[in-house]
Design a protein around this ligand. Structure first.
Ligand code: PMP
Length: 285
């Protein structure tokens, strides 16, 4: 059976789910999106994702044509219609079709697109061995140019850094901010552990405020671990005991090498393993 895609209020076979070539989502990357996991037929942390989606939209002055409860209903219906037990939801809101100019007043019909599908996961061995990553020369967008807190349809900043990573044989790449501080990876947030303290860049370091990040911070605090959200540099990663990344797709994944330099003893550490376990339990609860 063909995948059913929610578009403009209808569930259509994927072949028929289409938008206008004049949509500013396509012409300018003008729109917002979310990537959400489904575990055991339930949309994981739905409210957090919906809240972030509406905040992203508000930040770019895009009015979503559905209320939050209507959006939640549409997501649940799309997941159910496709019989997704463990999978991934891509929720996209475009600015709508307009003229060949930037003026948002000349656009109409923002499109709500919901795709519920299976997910291609990272190789399970990477969770055992840990990732090797590099630092991209491409820095994260300056927050005064475009806040990284907006999960916008324009991901070129991250894509350019990701290309540097894949060219170097890595599946993720570290991005610094305009101050040279550690920001995040191309599609994941970053954490380090030093002497038992969990550290992650603050939201104002120019990062996407990851929902997995916030969940892991809560899990760490609930187990009595101190979590610091203060700026740090690449130096702090080189001298850290452990490092890991978080994201809806990646979940919690250890990092054992940055720029050819071993982090800690070069193996996933105990705090990372413990937080990974706790996160897994939450997804299966
Ligand atoms: N940073 C960036 C740039 C991302 O695109 C993502 C999501 N793929 C994340 C961090 C992780 O966010 P979340 O935990 O909400 O998936």
């Amino acid at each position: 059976m063909s995948l059913l895609v929610y578009i403009d209020g209808k569930l259509l076979p994927k072949e028929d789910a289409k938008i206008s070539v004049f949509d500013h989502g396509l012409l300018y990357g003008d729109g917002v999106f979310e990537g959400i996991r489904v575990y055991k037929s339930k949309v994981f942390l739905m409210q957090d994702h919906i809240d972030r989606l509406y905040e992203s939209a508000l930040a770019i002055r895009l009015e979503i044509p559905l209320s939050k409860p209507e959006m939640i209903k549409a997501v649940n219906e799309t997941v159910a219609a496709n019989h997704i037990e463990n999978g991934y939801v891509r929720l996209v809101i475009t600015r709508g079709a307009g003229s060949l100019g930037l003026d948002i007043r000349r656009t109409s019909n923002p499109q709500v697109i919901i795709i519920a599908d299976s997910i291609s996961l990272y190789d399970p061995q990477l969770y055992v061995d840990g990732l090797k990553i590099i630092t991209a020369a491409t820095i994260r967008n300056h927050p005064a140019a475009l806040s990284a807190r907006v999960k916008s349809l324009n991901y070129l900043n991250n894509i350019l850094a990701k290309i540097e990573g894949t060219d170097a044989g890595c599946i993720e790449a570290l991005m610094l901010n305009h101050k040279g501080e550690v920001a995040e990876c191309t599609g994941d947030n970053i954490f380090i552990i030093k002497q038992g303290i969990v550290k992650t860049p603050p939201v104002d370091a120019g990062i996407l405020e990851g929902i997995t990040r916030n969940t892991v911070i809560k899990l760490a605090e609930q187990s009595g671990i101190t979590v610091e959200q203060l700026p740090f540099t690449r130096h702090d990663i080189f001298v850290a005991d452990e490092c890991f990344l978080t994201g809806s797709a990646a979940e919690v994944i250890p990092v054992v090498e940055l720029d050819g330099r071993m982090i800690g003893d070069g193996k996933p550490g105990p705090v990372t393993r413990d937080l990974n376990e706790k996160f897994k339990e939450l997804t299966q609860a």
